[in-house]
Design a protein around this ligand. Structure first.
Ligand SMILES: C[S@@+](CC[C@H](N)C(=O)[O-])C[C@H]1O[C@@H](n2cnc3c(N)ncnc32)[C@H](O)[C@@H]1O
Length: 162
């Protein structure tokens, strides 16, 4: 999916779910022309591998912000859940949205459907963990054929918006 992202002009991307910022750093390093908006409330939540307590997520917020400090001029953090961030983001404006937040069927469906509207024509809706049941079912429900990819990390997927 890297080959689909322009390198000859500024691009705008979104990552839903930052964890410790590893993938955000990867994207910002790979694309010096990228401005990335990262969305993560850094609160406790239940995901496929169990409950993640709030105190550990509060610590991860600090880890993430330190990791992204070198990219401060190209990174914006929205400290909200993905659905609450929608109102802050213009429609049809982003070259890509990478979805890697809550992997339950409910949230994966919300994110895929809602953030499709944020991607510009010719841009890319993509995400992680296509093998997890909640994500896999949400992709089936969405109805657009996706392409499996190992970029920016394994078990990812993408759909180019017509
Ligand atoms: C799997 S981790 C993200 C990993 C990160 N993308 C990476 O590859 O380095 C999932 C993250 O999603 C966040 N998250 C959970 N539910 C969310 C939601 N509804 N909206 C935004 N972020 C959410 C969690 O706080 C957690 O940091």
């Amino acid at each position: 999916m890297y080959a689909l992202l322009p390198t000859d002009r500024p691009i705008q991307g979104i990552e839903i779910g930052l964890w410790e910022g590893g993938n955000a750093v990867r994207l910002l390093t790979k694309f010096p022309n990228l401005h990335l908006t990262g969305i993560d409330p850094f609160e406790g939540y239940d995901d496929w591998h169990g409950h993640i307590p709030a105190d550990s997520m509060h610590q991860r917020e600090g880890i993430t912000m330190r990791a992204l400090d070198p990219f401060a001029d190209r990174f914006t953090h929205i400290k909200r859940y993905s659905d609450a961030a929608l109102e802050l983001l213009p429609d049809g404006a982003f070259d890509f949205v990478y979805i890697d937040g809550d992997h339950s069927h409910k949230w994966a469906s919300h994110d895929i459907t809602n953030y499709w509207t944020k991607v510009k024509s010719g841009g890319v809706l993509c995400g992680h963990d296509r093998s997890l049941s909640g994500v896999a079912q949400a992709l089936v429900d969405f109805g657009h054929e996706f392409t499996p990819t190992e970029e920016p990390q394994g078990d990812s997927w993408y759909i180019v918006k017509p």
